[in-house]
Design a protein around this ligand. Sequence first.
Ligand code: CO
Length: 171
Amino acid sequence: MAKSRGIRKYGDKVLRGKNEKVKEFGPELAPLFDEMHETMIEARGVGLAAPQVGVPKQIAIMNPEPENEKTLLKMVNPRIIASSDETEKIEEGCLSVPGIRGDVVRAARITVAYQDENGKARTLEAEGILARIIQHELDHLNGVLFVDRLSLAKRALIKGKLKELAAGKEK
Ligand code: CO
């Protein structure tokens, strides 16, 4: 088993920075994916973006069924190329924002173009929970967190909690 990495928390600049496009699909990519996978499993998450483990690159993993190796998706340089007009409101949380959950409105269906770990170009159409996870993780690659997408009223409610997280006072 690969070692897991610490998850960066709200307030860490790496979560808000720019993430580099991956140009070389060298041997260093496989261990990074393994470490991210192990980290995600340990944290009982369904998705993880590279900046969440301190790596500012356009890389993310998703798995709507964490126990099922076959449903693990590894995406390099992903971008959404089509989104449905129809939206869904679903409650989200984030491993980088522990203790906070909230309803986020996003497209119900998307098409995502990405490269796999070998650099092969792929596209995937997703709906339901998978479309949700992909949109959440791709936000991370653009420095966006789900709390940015909450209603103004909800953001006002969690303001204090976010300040505590940013100050590293999480209990
Ligand atoms: Co997240």
